[in-house]
Write a protein that binds this ligand. Structure first.
Ligand code: GLY
Ligand code: MN
Ligand code: MN
Length: 442
């Protein structure tokens, strides 16, 4: 049994009383005869490993049947897009005992639906099935089952993430060595993406963020076109994917290769936060508690810089620290960069009412990011309402002197283990001396 087959069986066991029908992705037109680059839907990739568009998957748990449906390819398709495996080839290639064509779906559903009272189909699959399915649909239960199943990564999945992380890490090292004043952010992006493509990873896990100076204060900065200046920091948040499995890595380093005193002060707080949170990321620990720990260490650090004042606990509770750290510490990583959060059963109370995407106790097999940051964001620091609310806690006059600074984020990908601290899958320099050495290798 291949690993995908085992995952399909896992889903069928979770949804034993209905027919499950899942759609693969389709080409999305961009204009006229051009489509967007195709990337398989994550759920479909998870269960099949099939990277071709226009496929479907049917699971019939009672008869223990798993059927892959392929599009029937005509000569027009062959002329323009080349060969696509036929049913016989696909059996061997993807490890399915039953492969049919999508035009045979109605016939297959009519045979399979007897004895079932419900279906678990995603929206597109339900539409594709049309009248042939004729069972009440429970898409929310399908979503939840997939979220539950995808949370703990199998060793084969971890290997994919490790490879994505390894190649992305090499690319980060390269661009650290190459960065210098006068280059543009997109030239740094080009180094990262060329390295990943050269290593055979043709999809990025998300649009690369290459943010020099104040641009780093834009959390998902996209323009990537400014010039790198001497004396600035450069934040690069970029990761490739291996057969769909993402890496998500951020490093922040000086354009000229040497941290200034001010940069070193802020960077050290973020690094200390990240290292302590990584060490604390053990099985059974709550992701909310980890986030609170990260806010606490950052608040302490900002107090030492004279940017915050008052009791640390209060600065965390009243949200003052979030003016400088307005995002989550961690999210799951897998086939989606912000991967499934583990399903409803895993959700635990979140007393802080901070909108976190991932609220669960850590389990062995979770792959998550650890990405604290400190930013100087004009939209927050100059907001009159926030200034009024936090005037006793934040030294706004001092914070404004940092508005040209941008920000620092350090992000690693880690695997939670049954015992002890996690395995860090990211191997890119982050200690100050190591970062400076990596920058000198240009
Ligand atoms: N690259 C997006 C994130 O770090 O969450
Ligand atoms: Mn991330
Ligand atoms: Mn990231």
């Amino acid at each position: 049994m291949n690993s995908y087959q085992a995952l399909r069986e896992g889903l069928a066991r979770r949804l034993p009383d209905g027919l499950t029908l899942l759609s693969g992705g389709r080409y999305v037109p961009r204009n006229h005869d051009v489509d967007y680059v195709f990337r398989q839907k994550s759920d479909f990739l998870y269960l099949t490993g099939v990277e071709e568009p226009d496929c479907l998957l049917l699971l019939d748990p009672v008869r223990r049947r798993q059927t892959l449906f392929l599009p029937r390819i005509d000569n027009h398709h062959r002329v323009w897009l080349g060969h696509v495996p036929d049913a016989r080839e696909a059996r061997g290639l993807y490890g399915f005992s039953r492969v049919m064509y999508t035009d045979q779906l109605p016939q297959a559903l009519r045979q399979a639906r007897g004895g079932y009272r419900k279906a678990y189909a995603d929206e597109a699959a339900y539409k594709a099935a049309g009248a042939a399915l004729r069972l009440p649909n429970r898409p929310a239960a399908l979503r939840d089952a997939l979220d539950e199943l995808r949370a703990c990564k199998t060793p084969a999945e971890v290997e994919r993430i490790q490879r994505a992380s390894l190649v992305s890490g090499q690319a980060h090292r390269r661009l650290m060595a190459a960065a210098r004043a006068g280059l543009r952010e997109y030239q740094i992006q080009a180094i990262f993406e060329a390295h990943c493509l050269d290593a055979g990873l043709k999809h990025l896990a998300y649009p690369s963020i290459v943010a020099a100076g104040a641009n780093a204060a834009v959390l998902h900065y996209q323009a990537n076109n400014a010039e790198l200046k001497d004396g600035e920091l450069l934040l690069v948040d970029a990761g490739a994917e291996d057969k769909g499995y993402a890496a998500d890595i951020t490093r922040t380093f000086p354009v000229n290769g040497r941290f200034s005193r001010r940069q070193r002060d802020v960077y050290s707080i973020v690094l200390e936060t990240q290292k302590r949170c990584i060490d604390a990321a053990r099985a059974g620990v709550s992701s909310v508690d980890l986030h609170i720990l990260s806010m606490t260490i950052i608040a302490e650090g900002l107090k030492s810089l004279g940017l915050l004042q008052g009791e640390t606990e209060g600065l965390v509770e009243n949200g003052a620290v979030r003016l400088f750290y307005p995002h989550g510490l961690t999210h799951m990583l897998g086939l989606d960069v912000h991967d499934v959060a583990g399903g409803k059963k895993r959700v635990i109370p979140n007393p802080f009412k901070i909108a976190l995407r991932f609220v669960a106790k850590l389990e062995p097999g979770f792959v998550i990011t650890m990405e604290p940051g400190i930013y100087f964001i004009a939209a927050l620091l100059k907001d009159p309402k926030l200034r009024r609310k936090h005037r006793g806690s934040v030294n706004f006059a001092k914070a404004e002197t940092f508005l040209d600074f941008g920000g620092v984020r350090i992000e690693d990908d880690i695997l939670v283990r049954p015992h002890g601290p996690p395995l860090d899958l990211t191997d890119v320099p982050k200690e100050i001396a190591d970062v400076e050495a990596a920058c000198r290798r240009g």
